[in-house]
Ligand binder design. Structure first.
Ligand code: ASP
Ligand code: CP
Length: 343
């Protein structure tokens, strides 16, 4: 269904990364670059004065909800929010269709996360304002993939490389990890990407996503050893076992120990690689995720990703609401106060 979606521009929902081509992707990234000073609080912007964001998260979230809401607030808009089913009337049996119609009457744009694949598209079908998919079950997480590719591009360029022709290792729960699905599709817009995949048994990438990349001429190597998967990769993207989506029969697939740690990278001779993760990283013992002992390696980019999430999400709102960068500049003033330790 997603390949029938129109390109993402003013007045459009953002449901899938399939709504991007190289042109609108480059425009979105240029907009993100332009608003970075506002994200960093070097200027205060009021371009969205009077606009209302409806933020609806029916699944846990830290960075997606807070960065979308911060992005809207930093552009001068206002935010209403509801989290979890318990505190919405969905707990009383209200349908997605009715909920969407009601809350879209209160807002200028909606950001929605929901545990069922396809549910955000259903929400969008009944909304009278643009809906941004903040994660629909094991389906997609387009804003995450946009900030991932934005970050990857900057990290690669700093090393004299480009996304075209890069080698990326993608590790972890590739089956239920929606960020991985969106990321592989968005990277497939580029030229000659080499994907090295590693997943625990039972959590392999859906065949349709693998076929999507292959069909567009990319190389996909599937490994059964994590060290082999990361050897020679420019970038490594690790992701958490999505325990909340595992059936009982699959819970054993999440093996013990680390998915990736410093000694595995040393074994692969790749301590310099760019290290990415959508987060959250599961830091409980034996959670089978990216270990904390990689955190002082030079390529660690996980917090560049989270910081870039704010700017990319500002660019998403400006695009959906049809705001030009000129309008942003006209409504941005110097702040009279001192902001953070970064000043
Ligand atoms: N936060 C990301 C998501 O919501 C990744 C994860 O939860 O592992 O998809
Ligand atoms: N990366 C991401 O979506 O994080 P949250 O689940 O905390 O929003």
């Amino acid at each position: 269904m997603s390949h029938h979606l129109p390109l993402f521009e003013q007045g459009r929902h953002l449901l899938s990364v399939s709504q991007f081509d190289r042109d609108n992707l480059a425009r979105l990234f240029a907009l993100a670059d332009a608003v970075a000073p506002i994200a960093a609080r070097r200027g205060v912007c009021s371009v969205l004065d009077g606009a209302m964001l409806g933020s609806l998260f029916f699944e846990p979230s830290t960075r997606t909800r807070l960065s979308f809401e911060s992005a809207f607030l930093r552009l001068g808009g206002e935010v209403t929010t509801t989290t979890g089913f318990t505190f919405s009337s969905m707990a009383k049996g209200e349908s997605i269709a009715d909920t969407a119609r009601v809350v879209s009457g209160y807002s200028d744009v909606l950001v929605v996360r929901h545990p069922d694949e396809g549910s955000v598209a259903e929400f969008a079908a009944h909304s009278v304002v643009p809906v941004i998919n903040a994660g629909d079950g094991a389906g997609e997480h387009p804003s995450q993939a946009l900030l991932d590719v934005y970050t990857l591009e900057k990290e690669l360029v700093a090393r004299g490389k480009t996304v075209d022709g890069c080698h990326i290792a993608i590790l972890g729960d590739l089956r239920f990890g929606r960020t991985v699905h969106s990321l592989i599709k968005l990277l497939s817009l580029h030229q000659g990407v080499r994907f090295s995949l590693f997943a625990p048994a039972g959590l392999e990438l859906p065949a349709s996503v693998e076929a999507y990349a292959r069909k567009r001429g990319h190389l996909v190597d599937v490994h059964d050893d994590v060290v082999a998967a990361v050897r020679g990769a420019d970038a490594i993207y690790a992701t958490r076992v999505q325990r909340e989506r595992l059936t009982e029969e699959l819970t054993g697939s999440a093996t013990v120990g680390d998915l990736l740690n410093r000694s595995m990278l040393a074994q692969a001779g790749n301590l310099e690689a760019i290290i990415m993760h959508p987060l959250p990283r599961d830091s409980r013992p034996d959670a089978y995720d990216l270990a904390g002992d990689v955190d002082d390696l030079p390529g660690l980019a996980i917090f560049h990703q989270t910081d870039n999430g704010l700017t990319v999400r500002m660019a998403i709102f400006l695009t959906a609401l049809g705001v030009s960068i000129e309008a942003v500049h006209l409504t941005t003033k110097q702040r009279p106060w001192r902001a953070t330790l970064r000043d």
